[in-house]
Design a protein around this ligand. Structure first.
Ligand SMILES: [Zn+2]
Length: 233
């Protein structure tokens, strides 16, 4: 099995979106980092990055994506084409995590039931985080409820709070385990200081999810938007 941390570019946002009640007014250049797991015939992609945003979003989030950072280019570096991907896991359906779902015509998409339902009818305070055309096009979703064993080495674990159906991914690889936190911990600081994300559906659940992630001892944690962690080293 091999793991590749991809880079789908960067987008700018208020750092207060990433850490609750801290850093308001500070701009953060957030990285977009899908994870590719090649496990024999299985080619599993965790999240699909940001995709082509509608105009108002483009202006607000100032996406920077060089030609090397398109998902196609990133996969090609690993010797793959989009049609080779067999499985996609969406940690959740916010626009910066499912933006390129459409590229993967041969994949099944694993998403939590609660997330899929909420994405169609979000509350006013989360409305801007969901862009319907990124997930509502006949995408081949497999709905999951709670923790779920995806394969021998890959577990999906429910880590709700940032959104109603957020999930993280635990990968066992040789002696190590890798935990792809998603936006349950977008930055290292979220996990280390137990500081919940700034974008929230439920703060108490978000805190419990950080505790759940921390319970994986000696794991290598991958933070969805931390721009100081751009490789698995
Ligand atoms: Zn995000």
């Amino acid at each position: 099995m091999r793991l590749f941390l991809l880079l789908n570019g960067f987008f700018s946002l208020d750092k207060g979106f990433l850490v609750y009640a801290k850093y308001y007014g500070k701009v953060y250049t957030a990285a977009l980092k899908p994870l590719l797991i090649v496990d024999g015939k299985e080619k599993i992609l965790i999240d699909t990055g940001i995709g082509d945003l509608p105009e108002p979003y483009k202006r607000f989030y100032a996406v920077t994506q060089s030609s090397e950072c398109t998902l196609q280019a990133q996969l090609l570096k690993c010797g793959l084409k989009p049609e080779d991907i067999t499985t996609v896991v969406n940690t959740h359906l916010h626009f910066d995590h499912c933006g390129n779902n459409k590229l993967f015509g041969n994949a099944k998409f694993y998403v939590q039931t609660d997330e899929l339902r909420y994405a169609y009818s979000p509350d006013r305070f989360q409305k801007n985080s969901y862009i319907k055309q990124f997930f509502d096009y006949g995408c081949d979703f497999v709905e999951v409820k709670g923790d779920y064993k995806l394969s021998e080495n890959v577990m999906l674990i429910a880590t709700v709070g940032h959104s109603p159906g957020h999930q993280s991914v635990v990968v066992r690889h040789k002696e190590n385990s890798y935990v792809y936190c998603g936006d349950a911990a977008p930055l290292k600081e979220n996990l280390e200081a137990q500081n919940i994300p700034g974008v929230l559906y439920r703060a108490d659940d978000a805190l419990r999810s950080l505790e759940k992630l921390k319970s994986f001892k000696n794991a290598h944690f991958i933070f969805s938007h931390d721009n100081e962690q751009l490789s698995l080293e």
